[in-house]
Design a protein around this ligand. Structure first.
Ligand SMILES: [Zn+2]
Ligand SMILES: [Zn+2]
Length: 150
């Protein structure tokens, strides 16, 4: 797990800076309504396995659902990352990264929620909301073995 790509980035105003390790130089985009409200467009993200932040007191975090939280710069409002509560991985906003030249868009989530006013032409692996919920349910069931009922 020491592999990965070292990347750095910062928010728009520079109050929050970070360096960390991206799992792969790959970008996923999420078209879900929450990401679009949060980002004013689809949310482009890079999965980081670890990151060190400077200016941590400027990071605000909101619990956006029962399973995830979203963090942003409290000075300039730049979105920083999305994190599943049971995971250490950060889904960092791709637009924050200083060097985006090695990144490639490879996946699209909630493709069925994409509004009609744009289409991304890149060759990607796409998942619909029902595929995502099914994968999520399977993963949760696996992690929580043996099932405790409920
Ligand atoms: Zn900022
Ligand atoms: Zn989303």
């Amino acid at each position: 797990m020491t592999d990965g790509v070292k990347l750095s980035g910062r928010c728009m105003c520079g109050a929050v800076r970070f360096t960390g390790t991206a799992k792969e130089p790959k970008v996923a985009v999420c078209h879900c309504i929450m990401c679009r409200r949060w980002s004013s467009g689809p949310y482009f993200e890079v999965v980081f396995t670890e990151a060190t932040f400077e200016g941590e007191d400027n990071i605000s975090t909101i619990r956006s659902s029962d399973w995830a939280e979203r963090s942003f710069c409290s000075k300039c409002g730049s979105n920083l990352y999305y994190r599943m509560l049971d995971s250490d991985e950060l889904q960092v906003a791709a637009g924050l990264l200083d060097d985006q030249s090695g990144l490639r868009l490879t996946r699209q989530f909630f493709i069925d929620r994409q509004p009609p006013y744009y289409t991304l032409a890149d060759e990607t692996e796409n998942m619909t909301s029902s595929e995502i919920y099914a994968a999520f349910a399977a993963q949760t069931a696996q992690q929580k073995e043996p099932p405790t009922g409920k």
